[in-house]
Design a protein around this ligand. Structure first.
Ligand SMILES: [Fe+2]
Length: 199
């Protein structure tokens, strides 16, 4: 059975950048909803004890009757774990160490990386996610549709931003750009650095 992880901060911890009501609904209704549907799909199948990463990595080999649900609900579960645990009320302005070097190598600098991420997140059509991933020896920024996971494509996710309307609509309505810009205030760069080291 897959379970909803607790947040390491309170629902109002990311105010004023993400509001308490959005966080509460996002975590207890949307994220929990994906978990419920995933568990229902896996119940009584050979995959019920598989870890999330194993399911997503092996997605294309899964039988049709579970594949679509794992893509949407398993992906939804994994992406929200990464998203919620990648934010913090007490975050630093920018990463350091090897991650900063990788961003410089790939994008020319931290500000250039941010501009690219904002462009990808802002121009993604419809529901989806913007990503910073480890790909081969470097890093890449791109977006996925729905809840598609980079893990399925062999990438290691480092940072993601939810651009489904449920992530920002209550506070920002149609102003996705403002939501994206404010995201930089709450990125937990220590966490992203750790993920980079492990990847
Ligand atoms: Fe979401």
């Amino acid at each position: 059975m897959h379970k909803l992880p607790e947040l390491s901060y309170s629902y109002d911890g990311l105010e004023p950048f993400i509001d308490e009501k959005t966080m509460k609904i996002h975590h207890t209704k949307h994220h929990q909803g994906y978990i419920n549907k995933l568990n229902k799909t896996l119940q009584g199948t050979a995959f019920k004890d598989w870890e999330l990463n194993k399911l997503l990595k092996g997605l294309e080999e899964l039988p049709d009757k579970v594949k679509t649900s794992v893509r949407n609900n398993g992906g939804g579960h994994a992406n929200h774990i990464l998203f919620f645990s990648g934010m913090s009320p007490s975050s630093k302005d920018k990463p350091g160490g090897e991650l900063l070097e990788a961003l410089k190598d790939n994008f020319g600098g931290f500000e250039e990386f941010k501009a690219e991420f904002e462009k990808v997140a802002g121009s993604h059509f419809g529901s989806g996610w913007a990503w910073l991933v480890k790909a081969g020896n470097g890093v890449e920024v791109y977006s996925t549709r729905g809840h598609d996971s980079p893990v399925t494509n062999g990438y290691e996710p480092l940072l993601n931003l939810d651009v489904w309307e449920h992530a920002y609509y209550l506070k920002y309505q149609n102003r996705r750009g403002d939501y994206i810009e404010n995201f930089w205030n709450i990125v937990d760069w220590d966490k992203v650095e750790q993920r980079f080291k492990k990847a």
